[in-house]
Design a protein. Structure first.
Length: 517
């Protein structure tokens, strides 16, 4: 195990397995898988995502430009399969014309949620677009709402940046325009990155659905891929947070969160109630039909409080007829941040989840992207037909020797549990002899995450569980190989074998998984 500083060169996998290159893009995902080909001189390359959160690369001194050049050299300028797991900035913003200059692509794989001919996918896109429009409108009103509103604007901008790409200085008026009537957000930065891969797909685009065909990796011998998620079920896509003992901690956002209250507001941008029940706040005091009613019962900021003469024993405590506490004015806007968080989680939960198998019945590499609870739960809802046999999720996870940790080690992207749990969880992974090889990869830059409000990446309880299960074999973007240590009571032989399969570089980690040892 070493940290190399030599120039990049062609990535050659072991003859009976795969090399997984974890690029150190920053706080984001970029993986290059090199599978042994049918002939030794023709490896097969699969690229999974390429993105980072702006500002995070500086903590580890890397750049997307250098990573793009590394990908070109490592693949000889051709990626056989490019996979985009979901439409978030930290998974796609490294995909630019400049970074991928002179790189050709065979196939491109997306989740079914990107399929322009899928009715549910189209309906979900329309709903999401409406919420984005409402969120942008609420954000702009908060920006004009004084100091309290300004405190939330920056945070909401960061979350909008996730959905639209670019950076937090982007023009929200332009963003609203491209999402408006007749718009399809095709010009958002994230969409442009995805389109670049689509346009280069020499052999076409696949939109993958879970539990359907077992996918062959063209040219890669016996390697196969299984699609576990996202679920083709709207309720499961909205199921975000671990329940009860599924969580590695006791902190979580309640299902009945302010975001649910705000959701209706986002549709119209002016009120938390359906439009047919509303009169815009600014128009209420002068509305031809209802002005007198509003002023006499609710008042407004320009109408003094009024009192009706009544016979009370203590008239000093008499309540006004039009008290301001009856109005919600713009208080509902302060739930906008929670809706933005919920929307980000919905996109995460629509992640394409793939399990790569090194030959029938062989070792499995699990790439969970940013899948959350509903996605995880759905994995075990069906099996795969493999000729006369069945392949189950429990079997795939039991043979998993490499786990790309969900969502940077976030609280809602790795489920806890035991082997007997009915829901897939960390304990299902790496059973029997596979436990001696189990390794995890966390795409996180802790120092950067600490600059973000509420971002506990990776959650310590999840990392501790991974370190225990993997006997210290846990890569993290910001942690050089030299700092990785085995546990005091760990197997010396297993650690030496792990070391022999690792190589470190300023831009990436390489981990070789062989079909035998």
């Amino acid at each position: 195990m070493s940290d190399q500083v030599v120039p990049n060169e062609r990535l050659i996998p072991p003859t009976d397995g795969c090399t997984v290159r974890m690029y150190r893009t920053g706080h984001g995902d970029c993986f290059l898988l090199a599978f042994a080909g049918k002939t030794e001189d023709k490896p097969v390359y699969v690229l999974i995502d390429c993105g980072y959160k702006p500002g995070s690369p500086k903590y580890i001194k890397t750049s997307s430009k250098k990573i793009g050049e590394s990908i070109r050299v490592a693949t000889g300028g051709h990626v056989d399969i490019a996979v985009i797991t979901h439409e978030h900035q930290d998974h796609v913003n490294g995909i630019t014309e400049a970074n991928f200059k002179s790189i050709t692509i065979g196939e491109v794989w997306f989740a079914w949620t990107e399929d322009p001919e899928d009715p549910l996918a189209n309906r979900l896109r329309l709903l999401f677009k409406d919420k984005l429009l409402g969120l942008i409108a609420a954000r702009n009103r908060l920006a004009a709402a004084g100091d309290e509103g300004q405190k939330l604007v920056g945070r909401i901008d960061d979350l909008l940046e996730f959905e639209l790409g670019g950076n937090k200085r982007f023009d929200l008026k332009s963003a609203a325009a491209l999402l408006g009537a007749g718009g399809n957000a095709a010009n958002s930065m994230n969409k442009k990155s995805m389109k670049l891969f689509k346009d280069r797909a020499q052999k076409g685009i696949r939109y993958l659905r879970p539990h359907q065909e077992i996918l062959l990796i063209p040219g890669a011998g016996n390697a196969r891929a299984f699609t576990l998620g996202p679920p083709c079920d709207e309720a499961q896509l909205k199921d975000l947070d671990p329940q009860g003992e599924e969580a590695f901690h006791r902190f979580g956002l309640a299902a009945a969160s302010p975001g649910n209250y705000f959701a209706a507001a986002a549709r119209g941008g002016e009120s938390p109630f359906a439009r047919r029940y509303c009169v815009p706040l600014a128009a209420a005091p002068t509305d031809s039909e209802y002005a007198a009613f509003f002023r006499s019962r609710y008042g407004d900021r320009n109408t003094p409080l009024s009192y009706t003469s009544r016979s009370f024993a203590d008239e000093e405590n008499q309540a006004p007829d039009n008290p301001e506490w009856r109005r919600i004015d713009e208080e509902w806007l302060y739930s906008a941040e929670q809706l933005a968080l919920d929307m980000s989680d919905y996109t995460n939960n629509a992640s394409l989840v793939l399990a790569f198998e090194l030959g029938k019945g062989g070792k499995v590499l699990l790439f969970a992207a940013d899948a959350q609870r509903g996605n995880w739960v759905s994995w075990a809802r069906a099996d795969w037909n493999d000729g006369a046999e069945k392949v189950t999720t429990r079997d795939l996870l039991a043979r998993t020797v490499l786990y790309k940790v969900g969502h940077h080690g976030s609280h809602n992207a790795t489920l806890n549990g035991d082997r007997d749990s009915q829901t897939p969880n960390l304990s299902w992974m790496a059973q029997g002899e596979h436990a001696r090889e189990f390794t995890a990869m966390i795409t996180a830059v802790r120092a950067w995450a600490e600059t973000q409000k509420g971002w506990d990446h990776p959650l310590q309880s999840i990392k501790d569980a991974l370190l225990l299960k993997a006997s210290g074999r846990v890569f993290q973007t910001d942690t050089p190989l030299a700092q990785m240590k085995p546990p005091a009571n760990g197997s010396v032989a297993d650690w030496k074998r792990f070391q022999a399969h690792c190589t470190g570089h300023a831009l990436y980690f390489d981990y070789r998984v062989t079909g035998t040892d």
